[in-house]
Design a protein around this ligand. Structure first.
Ligand SMILES: Cc1cc2nc3c(=O)[nH]c(=O)nc-3n(C[C@H](O)[C@H](O)[C@H](O)COP(=O)(O)OP(=O)(O)OC[C@H]3O[C@@H](n4cnc5c(N)ncnc54)[C@H](O)[C@@H]3O)c2cc1C
Length: 377
């Protein structure tokens, strides 16, 4: 396992979240010579991935291409390849969590699991700036890296959404009871759920406001990934008639004697089982609301430090600079060395060697506004 962290209370750096974002920053911090840091997680390493439905796989392909300077898209350390570790191109969530645990073990990252952070306050008390109230008692840190993700905070954006089942809470699509379903949402998770339900012999209606299935863009956070487009074509051919798509905004779900009535645009339809909810995620940043005052704080483009809260850094899918969302692993991992370099420098370490190694591996993006994608064909 990862290095067993001593139960101390005050650290130079505390990282909240042992997913790819938190561990990615931990790897970069360690490589920059920072020793006094701790990663905490309410569950375990890679807990969000361990909760994915059994059939769901990473969309971004893994390939052992590191030797040519094109580091495996899902790796969080330049010296690892997910494809090499796991022997597959599109790992399941459980497989990817296994890779994360191997990274933590190999680099002996100091991780404490079962530590749920309830709230964070700032005030000066000796060197510590951040005071964390956790399920295992208080923790203090001079620098805080928030990497608690989004997956464990599903959004419920319309009336009656509580009656629905978030796709992130489905253990396996083939085990969902019933043979007729509605999936609400228009992006990857909705289409993924619909395809697995159809493959399990069920009839599915997908309802989405701005459906990604009709869009084409070079930016993968706007249109469906090639992996999903290919699978969707196969599903439509193999399971003709089982999949239907409706483009409409869902405004409410109500329970009736026949099932669940979904109001979509001006029309309504009824489905016998609780609709599956694939409308995205709220952010764990909600927990920092008293400090941030907003859900989308301004970040220093040079460091990803929250502009109004000195020494608080973010990493993960909620990092956004201008029109560039950092919502995939290969995107936010490129900001991990930026965060680590800023903290290491302030702690009197020299991060240059680490930055050079991450940059050589294509895992370092200095200018976060550089990433708007244009493809010529
Ligand atoms: C179905 C699906 C498919 C996806 N496919 C891809 C893909 O192919 N490629 C890609 O790059 N991205 C993909 N993504 C997005 C990717 O999974 C996320 O961007 C990624 O998980 C974010 O990593 P993270 O470390 O920020 O968050 P997480 O992996 O969610 O890790 C956050 C950790 O923080 C812990 N935590 C949360 N709150 C607290 C708290 N209060 N106290 C203590 N610990 C806490 C959690 O237990 C968790 O372990 C996909 C997402 C989904 C849902």
């Amino acid at each position: 396992m990862s290095r067993k962290a001593e139960p101390r209370r005050a650290y130079d750096v505390v990282i909240v979240g042992a997913g790819p974002a938190g561990l990615g920053v931990a790897c970069a911090l360690q490589a920059a010579g920072v020793e006094d840091f701790l990663v905490v997680d309410r569950h375990g390493i890679g807990a969000s991935f361990d909760r994915w439905p059994k059939e769901t796989r990473l969309l971004t392909p893994s390939f052992p291409s590191n030797g040519f300077g094109m580091t495996d898209l899902n790796s969080i350390h330049p010296e690892t390849s997910v494809a090499y570790t796991l022997g597959c191109e599109h790992p399941t969530g459980a497989e990817y969590a296994k890779y994360l645990r191997q990274v933590a073990e190999h680099w002996e990252l100091p991780v404490r699991t079962g530590v749920d952070v309830h709230s964070v306050e700032t005030h000066h008390n000796g060197d510590a700036r951040f005071h964390l109230d956790t399920s295992k008692g208080p923790l203090q840190a001079r620098y805080l890296v928030w990497a608690a993700g989004e997956f464990q905070y599903p959004s419920r954006p319309f009336e009656g959404a509580d009656l629905c089942m978030p796709v992130g809470q489905v253990k396996a699509f083939h085990k969902v009871p019933g043979d007729e379903h509605a999936v609400i949402g228009g992006y990857e998770s909705a289409v993924d759920a619909a395809m697995h339900l159809a493959a399990a012999g069920k009839r599915v209606t997908v309802v989405g406001r701005e459906p990604a299935w009709g869009k084409r863009s070079a930016e993968p956070s706007i249109s469906l990934s090639p992996f999903t487009q290919e699978r969707l074509q196969d599903t439509l051919q193999q399971h003709k008639g089982r999949l239907r798509f409706r483009s409409a905004e869902v405004s409410s779900v109500t329970e009736t004697k026949d099932g669940y009535r979904i109001k979509a645009g001006r029309r309504s339809f009824t489905t016998p089982k609780p609709p599956l909810l694939a409308t995205g995620y709220d952010s764990s940043l909600a927990l920092l609301q008293p400090l941030l005052g907003t859900q989308q704080p301004e970040l220093d483009p040079d460091t990803d430090e929250v502009q109004d809260v000195p020494n608080l850094f973010l990493n993960g899918p909620f990092v956004q600079h201008g029109e560039s969302p950092f919502c995939f692993i290969y995107k936010f991992r490129a900001r991990a060395p930026v965060v680590a370099a800023a903290i290491a420098t302030r702690l009197g370490r020299d991060p240059l060697e680490m930055v050079a190694a991450w940059e050589e591996a294509g895992m370092y993006v200095e200018d976060p506004t550089c990433c708007e994608t244009q493809c010529a064909c």
